[in-house]
Design a protein around this ligand. Structure first.
Ligand SMILES: *Cc1c(COP(=O)(O)O)cnc(C)c1O
Length: 221
């Protein structure tokens, strides 16, 4: 199947109120153009450099999502360019985002990334550390928390469901409380292999790469 067919298949499977992010990491502008042509405007990148390059060389009405780990020293490059940062995972990073966005009179919309599977190879905060991070977010002026994001460990359907359910529970608990600067609008979870399960457990934002573009080939030059 080609990119256009892949997208129409996915669109038929997901409800209208679920945002589909096309994860375009490693893909060329030409490949992305086919996706843009079928009205996709949300694109996800995991590296700052690649996001900035594509920001400068692709359509200006795209909403760019930074979905990969964000290093503090790279925050300055994305000010004014990202629609949503999915990977807030520490107070130190929060402070840097606050500082850089404030200096440019910009608001940063972010999701808190939770390492729900406590996977040592994945980023995200442990759920035990969430409260402290939330307190720090409440003191910010230029950072707005819009929800939660996770990347779950690989596993069977039962295992996926378990982690997605845990995320939805945290999301719902936070939704019920009143915080400064924090509003649960987006629950970003689900990728090519598990987006249907994620949606059935409450995701309203899915990040799909290979399911749209085909298998990724990493070029390590
Ligand atoms: C690459 C990536 C995706 C998309 O993965 P696919 O399996 O290609 O759908 C989603 N989220 C994050 C954080 C990623 O790095």
């Amino acid at each position: 199947m080609n990119v256009t067919e892949n997208i129409s298949k996915i669109k038929n499977e997901i409800p209208k109120d679920v945002t589909l992010i096309a994860v375009s990491k490693t893909r060329t502008i030409e490949e992305m153009e086919k996706v843009y042509q079928v009205e996709i405007r949300d694109f996800g990148e995991n590296k700052v450099q690649e996001l900035v390059n594509k920001f400068e060389n692709f359509h200006s009405d795209v909403r760019w999502h930074l979905i990969g780990h964000l290093q503090k020293n790279k925050v300055k490059y994305i000010v004014g360019k990202v629609f949503l940062i999915h990977s807030l995972d520490s107070i130190a990073l929060l402070e840097e985002i606050e500082k850089r966005f404030k200096a440019n009179n910009q608001i940063a919309n972010v999701l808190i990334q939770i390492n729900i599977g406590k996977d040592p190879n994945k980023s995200g905060i442990m759920k035990e550390d969430l409260e402290k991070l939330i307190e720090a977010c409440e003191r910010c002026e230029n950072v707005k928390v819009k929800g939660l994001m996770t990347v779950i460990p690989k596993g069977d359907e039962e295992s996926c469901r378990k982690y997605f359910k845990q995320m939805k529970k945290i999301y719902d608990d936070l939704s019920k409380k009143q915080y400064n600067n924090i509003n649960m609008e987006y629950l970003s979870m689900g990728m090519t292999g598990d987006y249907k399960i994620a949606i059935s457990e409450g995701a309203n934002m899915v990040r799909i790469g290979e399911g749209i573009f085909g298998k990724r080939i990493y070029n390590n030059n």
